[in-house]
Design a protein around this ligand. Sequence first.
Ligand code: ADP
Ligand code: ZN
Ligand code: ZN
Length: 811
Amino acid sequence: MPEGNWQFCDVSLPVPLDQAFTYELPLTLRHRVQPGCRLIVPFGTRKLTGVVLRCHDTPPSEVSAREALRLVDAEPVLDGALIELGRWIGAYYCAPLGEVLRTMLPLAADIRSGKVYELTDSGRDAARQLLLSAGPEDPAWEILRALEARPLSANWLQKKFPLADKVLRALERKGLVLASQVREERDPLRAASERMRIEPVPRGDSALPKLPKAERELLAFLDLHPGTHNLKELEQTVKNASPAARSLARRKLIRITPEPIADPSARGVFAPHLLNPAQQTAFDKIRGALKEKKYETFLLHGVTGSGKTEIYLNAIDAVIALGRGALLLVPEIALTPAMAGQFFSRFGDRVAILHSAFTDSERADQWRRIRSGKAGVVVGTRSGVFAPVRNLGLIIVDEEHDQSYKQEETPRYSGRDVAIVRAQNLGACVVLGSATPSIETRYNAGRGKFTLLELPERVEARPMAQVELIDMRVEFLETRKHTTFSRRLLEMLQERLEKGEQAMILQNRRGFSSFVACRACGERVQCANCSVTLTYHRRDRRMLCHYCGYAEKVPDHCPKCESDKIYFLGVGSEKVEEELHRHFPEARIARMDRDTVSGKRRFEAILADFRQGNYDVLVGTQMIAKGHDIPNVTLVGVVSADIGLGMPDFRAAERTFQLLTQVAGRAGRGRLPGIVLIQTINPDHYAVRLAGQQDYVHFYEKELEYRRLMAYPPFSAMANILVRSEKQEQALRMANDLSRFFVPPPEKMKVTGPVEAPVLRLKAEFRYQIVIKSQSRKALSELLHRIRKYAVETKWPATALIVDVDPMTLM
Ligand code: ADP
Ligand code: ZN
Ligand code: ZN
């Protein structure tokens, strides 16, 4: 509680500097400001929102303090424990505290301000010129075209255009665009556009007014597709759907209504199961620990279909009975309305859902319900780990091995590992659940850091699916044809169709063909911004970069040698779907990958359709592998198990094993037994072979041996330092400059680099990397902080240095 009349406060700001800034408090704020509140302050020419760390009466020694502008919160939004957790994250992941604290707060909606870009007069002229002369391959082209219509927020532009940041800076330097800081009440229709449903208003016979093209197109689409649509998803199909919809709504030609957060229709009733003996034993151990109110982490290692969710639900019941709160983290893709429905059915309005697909204001609502204590059970994705649950007693991390727990931007934290540290600080328990635990987690269980709980069998003694590996080299020798599907897979598919059972087909690569190449000279078409090949997407008739979103038309002639012998290589999920249609014209086939699933809704809609039997076959990327429980699926086919294996990445084998085991786990979950066919040209690779045998233990032992030999985690603390710049010489020079920290080699560390990153150029920047494996976590951490300090002091551009601690990938 505020004691008093402090004159100054220290504020942590979201800037890449490792220090708090002191501000003077105007008289009106002196009684009100407390640590943990957000405060708007001037910083250079900008206004920033920071978090108050400390109030005091000591004026800063060197410069005079500037005056704070506005207090955002009457009460602290971060308590002492969460700020402490933030400090740990900053230290461990080598990230500035201000940026960590910003990540921890899902409350951006409170501050209605942001940067808005508009064209200047010369920008308008230039736009016209450029639109005539250049084409969509110039990133400035699309941005200028968008700005021609109206001013746009920096946020929106960044979401829409991969390189917006850089392009806008360049345009600003040339005086073509103008940035301004606005603070406005948002148009409520606009603010919530991602979560709006739209439907046409019956018009009767009255004639339509004359409408602009976009509005006409939208109306025509709605006439052809009656019913309500999610506005965000419509944007994928109808160009400029959002502005057109707003304008049509003003004309009363369509209706726009907000979409409820969790679909009440999804709140079915789920009767709890009686725990079977294995579940009961595991649950008893967890309950025992919860009662002690002491920290403990459990690894719940249960095969697919062993009933882990039921244990989670029971553990949450138990912790609530003890008067404490619970937090369940799930991978990004797994948090569907159906999953939420299960929790509503069990815990009613005590549940809050935190999902990145929510709008800022929805997230802020949920966050406040949690903070006020109204919601004591929280289900969330990665950043849910920061939810201000009252008296938190239990954190469950489902599918703990999932990559989406690692944030791939600053701060690069792991939600799973932060959960463990948070629980340690609070005297709470953690349950890490998985059928394929990460090597690190299983290792920690093996040496007693975590308590191992095992569910070795499926519920009701259902058999594990029977898995067969199909050697596609043999298939080729016998058929003399390069085919996508083996004869065995086609045969089994045919059988499912005849019996009315369902199948899933995994191809973990989206698009139609993964390369477009020239037969005459061998040239492969590359991205203009990245050193990767473009993927052909047939539906869009375009080649796309999967890293930066760059797109271009398929050339008629080779750009290098002018030959017209262009051909397509490699099979993506789009092509798998097409070939399946050819083999089985009668079958009802759905596809699920990032091309067909834009919103979370769409994902759930396809799954629900499939579950209800409206499709026979579901084709997809890894999206289809995760956690779905569809009883009528009796066949799972993997088109190519080899896709991830070739990656120059120390987790390639682990990831392949996990993916294959998880997707195999989709088969035979109901009363009918399942079969899994894995096509591969590496049947002897241990990840493929042992996934075929669904043998986690031997995979773990083998992989652990490799990690030990190579001193990879868990046998070292690892960090990946990336240095990047648009100019290759500059990136290389800065990377070499860091050699000062590595000559002579630091004690107990193995350092590789600087070398080119496996993807040398990404989003128009060249990248060099230094990989450090250290025997001492502390020494590594100190070194990384020194390096970051050096980069700040030598005034490297703010984006030049990336420090990734415990990296998930080295690409
Ligand atoms: P996992 O997450 O371990 O793969 P789930 O939690 O999805 O498995 O459970 C698989 C299925 O078994 C679900 O349909 C669930 O309702 C059911 N189930 C869970 N526990 C039991 C039980 N004790 N008896 C019968 N069915 C159960
Ligand atoms: Zn050529
Ligand atoms: Zn690219």
